[in-house]
Design a protein around this ligand. Structure first.
Ligand code: NI
Length: 394
């Protein structure tokens, strides 16, 4: 393991170069063309067996270790966001309106460099390593599900993944041995009233008043209908009814999101949302359309594999603290891999200590401390070795 640590340290400059190159040329989810090509070329030059266009635009490479054993999969995502970059870094995005504002450039740089170091050390590996480079993490249905359908987990015993996390201090690793991220769903509602003159509401059916009642009423789903020890979020992000000030709208569109950590609660909330909508429309002689889109399922880590990550992280010199973090309400399609094979997804602190302001992920000024990439690579390397050594000969 000391060998891989040394190899990684010597490759840090290259890791940074890769990250900055990818950062300069970001590509949107489901539109990635150059990025997967770049990844596949790099992996092929290492002498690995490479599969392209896996489940669409994914790239998968396999390394056979010097001795037989189990198979570990490591996953990095590589898509960017529709954001105009507002940083002043020299490697700022050259693609108008597209930016690596979530750190996926870093994830890919980590895994490519790690692949190189593993190859240099492959005779000492007891088993196999599958490198999964996933397209389209940011937008549902996401790339994971189609890559799995296309066989990226075939023969895989365990999977690990990480997210560089700018709100967390450099040197910290965040783990959770259960649900770490939420199911992230979306809904669209149309309340159909009857338009009319603002002065004559009795001849109209005002969908704005009905929508207002609905928004207030659904607040009781979480406060009165759901077990207080279970957590969920229902947020309305947009209400649309654009009219002159003296006109009663014909209809109102409402857009929102639901976040949950378990399937029963998710189904219950969907049911209660529609029930409330139906009730409030019935009471006001309006009609409605209710469209609910299930996003990624919750990311639920496995206990044993999370302990393994924890131990792996504790052995990394640059790691100051490995902490249990509470579940977060964001979504991640790493969830699908964990439904198929055991594994763990963890966070790697990437807050640049010299910065006063840390911009959140998906912000136009987002950036992270690149030293976090080396830490991430070391944790993944240790977890991989630990796992393969533990299950040597079985
Ligand atoms: Ni992300």
């Amino acid at each position: 393991m000391e060998i891989i640590t040394k190899l990684l340290r010597n490759s840090f400059e290259e890791m940074v170069e890769i990250r900055r190159y990818l950062h300069t040329y970001p590509e949107l989810s489901f539109q990635e063309v150059q990025t997967p090509k770049y990844i596949a070329n790099y992996l092929r030059n290492l002498g690995l067996e490479v599969r392209e266009r896996v489940g669409g635009r994914g790239v998968v490479a396999k390394l056979y270790g010097g001795r037989p054993g189990r198979t570990v999969a490591l996953r990095a995502d590589f898509d960017a966001l529709a954001i105009q970059e507002h940083t002043n870094v020299p490697y700022k995005s050259k693609i108008d309106g597209v930016m690596h504002a979530c750190g996926h450039d870093g994830h890919t740089a980590v895994l490519l460099t790690l692949a190189k170091c593993f190859v240099q050390n492959k005779d000492r590996i007891d088993g196999n390593i599958v490198f999964i480079f996933q397209h389209a993490e940011e937008i549902a249905p996401g790339g994971a599900i189609s890559m799995i359908e296309d066989g990226c987990l075939e023969g895989v015993d365990v999977i690990f993944g990480q997210h560089l996390w700018a709100p967390m201090a450099l040197g910290e690793i965040g783990v959770n041995d259960g649900a770490i991220m939420a199911a992230a769903d979306r809904f669209e509602i149309i309340i159909e009233g009857k338009g009319g003159h603002g002065a004559e509401p009795h001849h109209a059916i005002d969908p704005i008043v009905i929508a207002s009642q609905f928004v207030v009423q659904i607040q009781t789903i979480l406060s009165r209908r759901i077990d207080p020890l279970k957590s969920a979020v229902i947020s309305i992000g947009s209400i649309e009814a654009i009219n002159p000030f003296n006109v009663i709208a014909q209809d109102v569109k409402i857009y929102g999101t639901v976040r949950t950590f378990n399937e029963d609660l998710r189904e219950n909330i969907i049911h209660l949302l529609e029930k409330n909508l139906k009730g409030v429309c019935l009471a006001n002689d309006a009609s409605y359309k209710f469209h609910y889109f299930r996003g990624y399922p919750p990311v639920v880590n496995h206990l044993e594999e999370t302990r393994l990550v924890q131990e792996a992280a504790q052995r990394v010199q640059e790691v100051s603290e490995v902490k249990e973090i509470p579940p977060m309400m964001i979504g991640e399609d790493f969830a699908y891999y964990l439904q198929k094979v055991p594994g763990s997804f963890f966070l790697v602190g990437a807050k640049d200590p010299s910065l006063e302001t840390v911009y959140p992920h998906h912000h136009s000024k987002f950036n992270f401390d690149e030293r976090a990439m080396l830490i991430a690579a070391n944790v993944l390397a240790n977890a991989t070795y630990n796992y393969l050594n533990t299950y040597q000969n079985n």
